[in-house]
Design a binder for this molecule. Structure first.
Ligand code: EPZ
Length: 417
């Protein structure tokens, strides 16, 4: 069981490059099924989840190769329409392959993705959208079997701006004759990135990043070259680490506009933040103050994925902050692990009240991807040594974490046990 050995107390200084966004490269890799040709994707992070998505594409018949941060997908041949059970278990967000497989093959078979550490993660919004587009869906022994019998475009209203349901609906709609209008769509930047990719294949889609997205059912045909947008949650994580440890850090290759709510919280807590083009420089105060209530919301509200790293930073300060998690029902599991480091966090349902105080090192275990990153942030700021176990969670979403932190002066190393 590999773990991170972290010795806290070092201020962080220097520059850290931001990688491509996990939550953009995954739906775009799925979308490469659509054009039946070549897709050249740049700025792809090397993550466990990306490797899982590549395995799925290869299982379906695609040729996939990687050179550095560039992935080449050739989807000329797609001769399967199922996602293997073990790959669905490995990565629940594989459900994003449902729409593209349906659009390409006319049918799809996936095992139900099931819940995960942060919540039930139902896919009812995905399935109700697809049914409205003319997809017949039946469940059989934990699998969903989908047939695109009489696909047709139409108006679809999402009861919640689900990111995955928005992506699956757009991708399925590319195969539906007529026009599909998706209302109350997710507005996350990753949706706009997916739209930019699809437009290069020849699909007429517009409104990505807004609440109403329109797709004209066109058969995608062009080969594509696309650069994945920077990871806003990785950006937030490194800024929270700098805020917690003290010092001055510049993230490069970032998109400041995508982390506006996080920058606002860190500024309120006493950090000096300067944005210039694709860089963000954060100068930490001697001790972080409190923040106004941090309420997670769909984009452009505060991102739920940045809640745990920001909570870790708040734990190390001197102020009091209230976190309200409105997106997932079980996303405070990192609080108990942070408490082992001396953090004062009072969890009550979907709220967590944090009173900052000095932390001490401890042996802790990652609960999920972002909760694991929060434990690393806390360990970097704590007095003494911490062991962070369960880091395969963290490998899913952070490329070269220990290497990037070490370059900032952190004392952290990965131990393969
Ligand atoms: C995406 O998950 C991200 N994952 C998540 O990032 C992120 O936390 C989430 O969006 C919210 O921003 C990827 O993009 C791969 P949702 P997704 O559908 O699409 C409920 C990370 O750490 N819901 O917007 O699964 C759901 O239960 C990961 O990088 C339904 O009820 O999120 C949740 O409460 C974690 N029915 C809420 O909506 C559905 O059919 C938001 O889910 C779908 C969702």
């Amino acid at each position: 069981m590999s773990y991170y050995l972290v010795r806290g107390g070092q201020a962080l200084r220097g520059e850290v490059p931001i990688s491509g966004a996990k939550n953009s490269v995954l739906p775009i890799l799925a979308a490469t099924l659509l054009n039946g040709g070549r897709s050249l994707l740049h700025n792809c992070p090397d993550l466990r989840d990306v490797r899982s998505a590549i395995q799925i594409l290869q299982h379906l018949g695609c040729k996939v190769s990687r050179e550095g941060d560039t992935i080449l997908v050739d989807s000329s041949v797609v001769d399967r329409w199922d996602v293997p059970h073990e790959l669905m278990r490995e990565m629940r967000s594989s459900v994003i392959f449902l729409g593209p497989i349906l659009a390409r093959c006319g049918r799809a078979r996936l095992s139900l993705p099931g819940g995960c550490e942060i919540g039930q993660r139902p896919i009812d919004l995905h399935l109700s959208s697809l049914r409205k587009l003319g997809v017949s869906i039946r469940e059989q022994g934990g699998d969903i079997l989908c047939e695109a019998r009489d696909l047709r475009g139409g108006d679809i209203i999402l009861s919640f701006p689900s990111v995955g349901a928005t992506e699956n609906t757009i991708l399925t709609a590319t195969a539906c004759p007529g026009v599909t209008r998706l209302i109350n769509a997710a507005r996350e930047p990753e949706i706009a990135d997916l739209q930019a990719f699809l437009r290069k294949t020849g699909v007429l889609v517009q409104g990505g990043g807004e609440s109403v997205i329109t797709v004209s059912g066109e058969s995608p045909r062009n080969d594509v070259e696309h650069t994945i947008l920077p990871d806003r949650i990785e950006t937030a994580t490194y800024l929270c680490a700098a805020a917690a440890c003290g010092g001055e850090v510049t993230v490069t290759g970032a998109e400041p506009e995508h982390v506006g709510t996080v920058l606002q919280c860190l500024t309120e807590a006493g950090c000096r933040v300067r944005c210039a083009g694709r860089t963000i420089t954060l100068q930490a105060p001697r001790a972080l103050g409190g923040m106004s209530p941090v309420r997670t919301m769909p984009y452009p509200g505060f991102p739920t994925d940045a809640q745990a790293p920001l909570m870790a930073a708040a734990c190390t300060g001197q102020g009091t902050s209230l976190f309200i998690e409105t997106i997932f029902e079980n996303r405070f599991r990192h609080a108990a692990e942070l408490a082992r480091m001396g953090a004062d966090i009072r969890v009550n349902g979907r709220t967590a009240l944090v009173t900052g105080r000095p932390l001490h090192g401890a042996r802790v275990r990652s609960t999920d991807l972002r909760g694991g990153a929060a434990l690393v942030v806390a360990g970097l700021a704590a007095e003494g040594e911490s062991i962070v176990e369960g880091i395969t969670h963290i490998d899913r979403g952070y490329e070269r974490l220990a290497e990037k932190l070490t370059a900032l002066g952190a004392d952290i190393r990965r131990v393969e046990a």
